[in-house]
Design a protein. Structure first.
Length: 301
């Protein structure tokens, strides 16, 4: 299999903006363009390759690599997120809970901050230990965000978010999210917002109460450094690189590589790319060259 440029499935969630279309080259009729699912085998939005076939139906077990093939289904999902408005306050369950009750993986994820407007930030975890009664009351009274840590974010920071962590991306952030292959989200607060049909979006309070870590927590971002790992777990390892000139990379039999350009432009083994583009490098491909002036994130298992 050759290196394939990826054509993402886009989502028009109510909080999204237009940057992914106007500045990152996403081709979609959906407005707004809130998310682009760069690497996805998930039934809710499968990535395609040139010619219109999905990546999932094109790759072999050998192409995804030995480390990915050991999972019951493809383990990783990668997306760009453009938050023109605030996302809901939400939580994702663990694998144990999700497999038992939802026939799905849970969701551990990481956020790389691609862009951030002045003052933009994220909610992540509780400022103090919170009881179930306090948690429920804050949801009912619409004061939940007062209990949460707010972190002002900057380009080049990365936050690793284990399942069970209450969180929200706030307006003014453009993020590359690398996560488990899951679309399972329990919303607990959505600002009373209505969807395009005039209905408030569903909340999942009881399920969220069952899976949320309500202990006090604090998070420090990982700062992107050339060749530095941004986040790693069983389902993904993401590494940041600054390319100036030409660099050689290698895909062994253990894992595919997904190369995502977060700035600049260049070529990957002769194929041109610009910021926002993603490519699938099959496991066992061996040496490949990336040239130009760009920042990239390579995701593997």
């Amino acid at each position: 299999m050759k290196i394939e440029k990826l054509y993402p499935e886009c989502k028009d969630y109510v909080w999204g903006g237009e940057k992914l279309k106007k500045e990152y080259g996403k081709k979609t009729d959906k407005t707004p363009c809130a998310e682009s699912w760069e690497l996805s085998f998930h039934k809710d939005g499968k990535t395609k390759i040139s010619g219109g076939a999905t990546l999932e139906e094109t790759v072999s077990e050998k192409d995804v690599g030995k480390k990915a093939a050991k999972f019951p289904f493809f383990p990783t999902l990668i997306k760009f997120i453009d938050a023109k408005g605030d996302l809901s306050v939400q939580v994702h369950p663990s694998d144990d809970y999700a497999l038992k009750y939802e026939n799905s993986f849970g969701k551990t994820e990481m956020w790389y901050i691609v862009e951030a407007e002045c003052g933009a930030g994220i909610y992540l975890g509780f400022k103090k230990d919170v009881s179930e009664a306090e948690f429920r009351k804050a949801i009912e009274n619409k004061t939940l965000t007062s209990l949460l840590n707010f972190y002002e974010v900057k380009k080049g920071e990365c936050y690793f978010i284990p399942s069970g962590t209450l969180h929200a991306i706030c307006k003014g952030c453009l993020i590359l999210e690398i996560q488990q292959n899951s679309n399972l989200t329990y919303r607990v607060y959505d600002y009373g917002r209505k969807d395009k049909n005039g209905k408030e979006r569903e909340l999942h309070v009881d399920k969220a109460l069952a899976v949320t870590n309500t202990k006090k927590s604090a998070y420090k971002p990982i700062i992107a450094k050339d060749g530095g790992v941004l986040g790693s777990c069983d389902y993904f390892t993401a590494t940041y690189y600054s390319v100036k000139g030409e660099r050689e990379f290698y895909a062994d039999n253990g894992s595919f590589a997904c190369v995502t350009a977060i700035s600049g432009e260049g070529e990957i083994d002769g194929q041109k790319f610009k910021k926002g583009d993603s490519f699938f490098v099959p496991a066992g491909y061996g040496k490949y060259l990336i040239s130009g002036d760009s920042e990239i994130i390579i995701t593997e298992i």
